[in-house]
Design a protein around this ligand. Structure first.
Ligand SMILES: [Zn+2]
Ligand SMILES: [Zn+2]
Ligand SMILES: [Zn+2]
Length: 324
């Protein structure tokens, strides 16, 4: 700034300012009160409400945002601007976003719908293209039934929460909510097992035989962050998904709390093995070999000189506990 130019002053009414004195330093800090921001917003309250209500209404033009065809009934609630689309464009646009929530205009209102009901199929292998070998025989499909599942009777469920009882319909938990997905595996000779094909698509299967459920890698990372930073339990974390998936009927959403507990343990182990550089060629780690490096600990030769560590083992470890 030019030294000759006068200092800039900001004029704020005294009633909107809080004076904070920092002890010792003698400095005085002016902070705008939160109430003043609320007062600024209040005149716009009705306008904000009308914007929210307009989103629930039928738009003036019901044209597909891609092909411009009239009468496009689907809109995606996870895409920006909630664009309307026809069936073909909705499937094309979500080929790589299979866990977006869509709604369908039913001549009265937009009702909850899902991409598998629109017709989206998630192809595994062949860079997301259909497998030329067609569908497999799935001999293993009947060989494994997770007896812990206590599903709701199909008759009680809503259409978008009630996928066909078919081997290919997978329950997927993503960061947003619980989804159902129509999956087609690669059946070419020599193709990987179905649970490994899911893993390669960043979906962690809950079983290795005939998987019927998977968690996305993103939701497993998100659960660890939530658990560590917010202290969220697995029970609370999963019940949030049930509420988000269906706010009116959360009890109709499949309860996969126990699967979350089990899979998150596997995920944590895999992450630790990856971070510590273990791979197939190395033997299994010994006790304490998966502990994360702590820069605050005394590390002989790294943050303390070797000759400084001249303590009995018990004193050395008591020092460590005090600093970590
Ligand atoms: Zn279209
Ligand atoms: Zn979308
Ligand atoms: Zn194939």
């Amino acid at each position: 700034m030019d030294d000759a130019s006068p200092p800039r002053t900001l004029r704020i009414p005294k009633s909107q300012v809080c004076i904070i004195k920092h002890p010792g330093a003698g400095n005085v800090c002016l902070t705008v009160l939160q109430n003043s921001y609320l007062e600024e917003w209040l005149p716009y309250k009705s306008r904000y409400l009308s914007v929210l209500l307009d989103m629930k209404a039928l738009p003036n033009v019901m044209a597909c945002f891609v092909c411009k065809a009239e009468g496009a009934p689907y809109r995606c609630m996870d895409c920006v601007h909630h664009p309307l689309s026809c069936k073909t464009c909705c499937i094309k646009q979500h080929k790589f976003r299979p866990f977006h929530w869509v709604q369908k205009w039913n001549e009265r209102f937009f009702e909850d719908f899902t991409l598998w009901l629109v017709g989206l199929v998630l192809h595994l292998g062949h860079t997301r293209a259909p497998c030329l070998a067609g569908e497999g025989s799935w001999e293993d499909a009947a060989s494994h039934v997770d007896e812990e599942w206590e599903d709701i009777e199909a008759s009680q469920q809503l259409a978008h929460l009630n996928p066909l009882n078919d081997r290919n319909y997978l329950t997927v938990v993503d960061t947003g909510s619980v989804h159902f997905c129509n999956v087609e595996y690669c059946n070419c000779p020599g193709s990987e097992d179905s649970h490994l094909q899911l893993t390669m698509a960043s979906l962690f299967p809950t079983t290795t035989k005939a998987p019927r459920m998977a968690f996305t890698f993103q939701v497993l990372d998100d659960f660890i962050r939530d658990n560590v930073a917010c202290g969220t339990s697995a029970m609370n974390y999963y019940s949030k998904f049930q509420r988000v998936t269906s706010s009116a009927f959360p009890h109709l959403v499949p309860n996969r709390y126990r699967e979350l507990l089990r899979v998150s343990r596997m995920w944590r182990l895999l992450k630790l093995l990856k971070w510590q550089g273990f791979h197939q060629q190395l033997p299994d780690p010994w006790a304490s070999e998966l502990v994360l490096f702590c820069p605050a600990c005394a590390q002989p030769g790294i943050n303390v000189l070797d000759q400084d560590i001249n303590l009995s083992e018990s004193i050395f470890y008591s020092l460590l506990q005090r600093h970590c």
